[in-house]
Design a protein around this ligand. Sequence first.
Ligand code: AMP
Ligand code: GLY
Length: 426
Amino acid sequence: MNVLVIGTGGREHAILKALRKSPRVENLYCMKGNAGTAEIATNVDVDFMNAEAVKKYATSHPEIDYYVVTPDDPLAAGIVDALESVGKRCFGPSKAAAEIESSKSFAKDLMKKYGIPTARSETFTDYGLALEYLRRVGAPIVLKADGLALGKGVLICDTLSQAEEALKEIMLDRAFGAAGNRVVVEEMLRGLKYTPGEEVSLLCFTDGKTVKPMITACDHKRASDGDRGLNTGGMGTFSPCPFWTPEDEEEVMRTIVRPAVDGMRAEGRPFKGCLYVGLMRTDGGYKVVEFNCRFGDPETQVVLPMLKTDLLDIFEAVTDGRLSDIDIEWEDGACVCVVLASGGYPIHYDKGDEITIGNVEDADIVHAGTARKNGRLVTNGGRVLDVVAKGKDIDDARRKAYAAVAGIEWRNMQYRHDIGIKYREG
Ligand code: AMP
Ligand code: GLY
């Protein structure tokens, strides 16, 4: 089969690498891709936010049998619906199902309706009413712009004055544009054992009926060591989550994941694709921090290397509604991903710096924001490379990943030195 993956980042490169292992895959394509995807796929320069352009490409390329749509923006824009309308087979949710991520108030209403544990919340479209509510409940409190905001629309407020400032930023200054038409004001969740709290990402395959969880991963959202600095798209991940037990998986599947998938079906929005469940372990059990309608980035980079089952087989089973027929198997051991970013990320950063990659024997290099300029590999984004290593445990994988990082450089490279250390038990 010929398969095209839509997206530009490390997650897409990781998916392409996993698909490359399938004996049934012939040619791979990436719309639009990066310098890394170009090594294993043909990059296609079409604007994937333009449904008409994507449909035109799909109808004039009958040789492509299957499409995988992974970023939040094209999913929210209905690119899967557009491709299906011209008879193409896809992996990814419809626009209506993608609202579980693209509207935080929709996700909160779904959770309320189906009794799924999450932080208590209220949604406001009116600034005055929201302010009144904030003053009544006080801090600490969490404010979330309703729509997509590049992962930056969540403001954690320790004091009431921070909360008032955050509300102004979202609703009056429109710091996140139309995403701030509505604001979700949410109770601050606390972890059971760690501060600021233990979070785990559980990615699940679902065909709308059957759900199969993947192995767990932990992200590091803040830019700097020790969870300091601004929130980013993710500076590194490791898998599996050290505190996660089989009993936890049973609880989360029973109280959260299955009710969410069944609820989406009952709402007439069956969710097909990868449902990302962001969880916090609290003293009242696991609670949902967020749902995403797609593979996480950089969670995918540590989860897919551990997958033993053919990824294309799973994707097609999701599309055809026969996921219950597939056994999904995972490797033992652990995987760590260290993100190498441009200096200044996530605010201002340069592009076009030449990258040198030395000895990276025990690791795999996934490209996130790279390009080729006159044959040279250069930076082309905030997150540039993902260094991924497997090991017998997290420490072993971590050692291998950082040994490879030492052989990579460009002007102003920045990364976290503490990926894989948190949540050590004991
Ligand atoms: P999100 O974009 O929804 O993943 O939020 C980004 C980060 O903000 C999460 O990974 C959490 O660390 C934090 N966060 C979001 N909602 C809450 C909450 N209700 N309580 C505590 N932390 C939260
Ligand atoms: N790593 C977090 C996300 O993909 O949203």
